[in-house]
Every structure is written in C-alpha cells, then in structure tokens.
Write a new protein. Sequence first.
Length: 390
Amino acid sequence: MYSFELSEERKQYQELAKRFAENEVRPLNGKFDDDWETHRYMSEVLKKAAALGFMGLPVDPKYGGSGADGMTIMAVLEELAAVNGGVACVIGDTWFAQTPIVIAANDEQRERFLRPLSSRETPNLGCICMTEPASGADIEDPRMKLKTVKTIVREDGDEYVINGVKIWPSNAGIASHYVVVATTNREKEEEGSCILVVEAGTPGLSFGKIERKMGMPEDQNREIIFDEVRVPKTNLLGKIGDGHRILQTTVTYNRLGAGMISVGIARGAFEYALEYCKSRVVGGKPLVAHSLISAMFADMAMEIDAARLMVYRASWALKKRHPRRAVYSDMAKVYGTNAAMRVTTDCVQVMGSYGYSREYPVEKYMRDAKIVQIYLGPNEMVRQVIGENL
Ligand SMILES: Cc1cc2nc3c(=O)[nH]c(=O)nc-3n(C[C@H](O)[C@H](O)[C@H](O)COP(=O)(O)OP(=O)(O)OC[C@H]3O[C@@H](n4cnc5c(N)ncnc54)[C@H](O)[C@@H]3O)c2cc1C
C-alpha cells in the first residue's frame, strides 16, 4: 500500500535537514552571492553537511552511507531548498554523480568510490560531467544516444585515456570524483558510449575559470579539461556500450530531484511572501485581505502541492520499477520547475519593490528557480520526450 505520510524514520531525516538548513545555512544566506569564487562559506556548510551524513544519504550502509530511500531523500532536498536552492543543488549533485556508480559499478568499485563519497569526516563532492561546449541538452536527450559527445576514450594496455572538454558541471574543481560521460567513437552512438570515474589529482585533469551566474552562487561551475587523462580500466562503469543506458537511468533517478529542489525553492519564497503580505497594509487593509492577492496565494499553494505530489508519485514509481517511472520523473521535473518559476515570480510581484530588493530573500529564490528549468534536460527537450512517450 502506498501512503502519502512520511514514516517516522523519514520524518527524523526531514527534521534533521530542516534544523541544519535553518541553523547552518540561513544565517549565511546573505554571504553566498559574494562567495561564488572563493567558496569559503560553502566549504564550512559542506563540512557540517558531511558530518551529519548527508553526502552518503542514498548510499548503502555497506559502503559507509545512510541507505535512505527515495522518499526520504526527496523530503531532505525540499527542506534544504526551502532555505537555499544552491546548497540543495550542491549536495544533490553529489548524489547525482553517485547514481551511475550505484547503478552500474561492481562491488570493488562501489567500495573504492562510494565510501569516500559518503565520508562524514571530509566533505567529498561528486561531479557528473556531461555537458560539452557544443553539446548541452543533446547529451541528456535519449533520442541522441550520445552521438554528439566529443570526449573521447581510447584503450591503451591496462588503461583508458580520456581527451575532451566539459563545461558547466557542478562541483567542478572542488570534487573528489568526476563521473565522465564519454565515447570511444561517437559514430557508433550507443555502442561506443561509456562512463568512467576520474579521481581528483589525476594528471591531465584541469579546470577553466569559475562561471559567474545569475543565481546559485553556492554551486561552482567550471570548464573541465581532460588532456590525456589516464585511468585504470577498473574505473569504467559497466562496459563500453553501457554509457547511454546508464546515463538515461541516472537522469530518470535525478529529474524528480530537480522537481523537488523546485518545490523547496517555491515553498521558501511562498512562506516568506505570505508572512510579509499579512502585515503589509495597502489600500487600508493587509495585502492578503485583497481578494486578488489571496487568490494568487491560493494558486501558488496548489501548484506547490501538486508539484510535491508528482515528485512523490515518481519516487514511488521508481521504487516499484513502474513501467511509467521515467515519464513520471520527467513530468515531476517539468511541472515542478515551471511551478517554482511562476511561484517565485509572483512572490516578487506581491511584495512590490521589496520583493525585487536584495535586502529581502525572495528575489534569490526567483534567480535560483530559473536554472532548474534548464539543467537536467531543458524543459523544452524533456516535454518532447514526455510527449513521444504518451
Ligand atoms: C547551475 C548549473 C549547474 C549545472 N550542473 C551540471 C552538471 O552537474 N553536470 C553537467 O554536465 N552539466 C551541468 N550544467 C549544464 C546544464 O545541464 C546545461 O547547460 C543544459 O543541459 C543545457 O545545455 P546548453 O546550456 O548547452 O543549452 P543548449 O543545449 O544549447 O540548449 C539551449 C536551449 O535550447 C532549447 N532546446 C534544447 N534542446 C532542445 C530540443 N531538443 N528541442 C527543443 N528545444 C531545445 C532549450 O530551451 C534550451 O534551454 C549545469 C548548469 C548550470 C548553470
């Protein structure tokens, strides 16, 4: 039987995430915009997140993780994003990078890669390297079968040698493990596709400038250059030819996470704007007493709830291996991210110039919401995929 209620264990994780976000993240929210390059405040936040076991939340306890299930992970993501979407993104991206390892690695690889990525002592971040300068949405498009990838892998004795350039990956330059989507020959499409793990410090791995973005300054995005990077053959996940399948399963597992980050972002903005509008008097009465404003809040509340329910349904479908699990995950991503954009924009609107001001928190939610419509598959591409699956 499926229940919408969170179990006691899930509620404990949710509570832990809420306390962490309120006590360790919210007090720093005014600092992150100037920390985009230095990452000083974020390093402290990540140390505390690791100590609480958040980095290895989805990882099997056998490899040092907490073994939390999908619904718990979603509940945690919502609480983090309700306070700061960028922090949720950085931690969520480590789980994103862990997913191909969880799906396709053998025992030896899981021990070698997942244990450090679950460390409570050191915040070891994961980085999933998909996007390339000439190929963004295409890499994640299931119909393209990785045929536009230009990161090339060749065999040399006991090693694979990687050459290519990735752009935009989260946690680039500060991660301990890089999970790289590549090909041995892109003309072979799926048959040439592969995913390898590159550890930080491997010769030939270097980074370009840190990107300055509209939002999510907590997330560090950089170009990653692979110049004759050599890894042992034991760093290949699955076999050559598995890359496309592993990546598609990975994005299915993570698109609902993008949906939930959006639910959190929307809820955070909504809660602030609602309190503000209860005390702001306009036209002789509080803003919320104006029927038009009240109806706007009703619409926002409905959209946030609907988006959360779609994420929970997708999470349930993944657990059940439901035949429509990929479509449900895609739907949760598109609906949730669009809802967050509408809700955060309306929150700025109802607060007037105060909503637009950096002195108030709502404009940051709006800036953060925008990118989630674009990453993990831009919504235009994902909507086409949903449509083709109907
Ligand atoms: C904060 C942040 C975090 C990120 N994290 C990561 C990460 O961890 N790993 C990683 O590899 N990348 C990451 N990215 C990169 C991101 O995933 C890509 O930028 C995204 O996939 C879009 O690629 P692009 O920018 O090259 O846009 P393009 O592929 O050029 O697409 C541009 C626009 O064209 C439209 N479009 C694209 N495809 C289609 C289609 N098939 N049909 C119709 N319209 C279409 C969409 O409107 C899209 O927004 C991140 C980016 C940011 C800003």
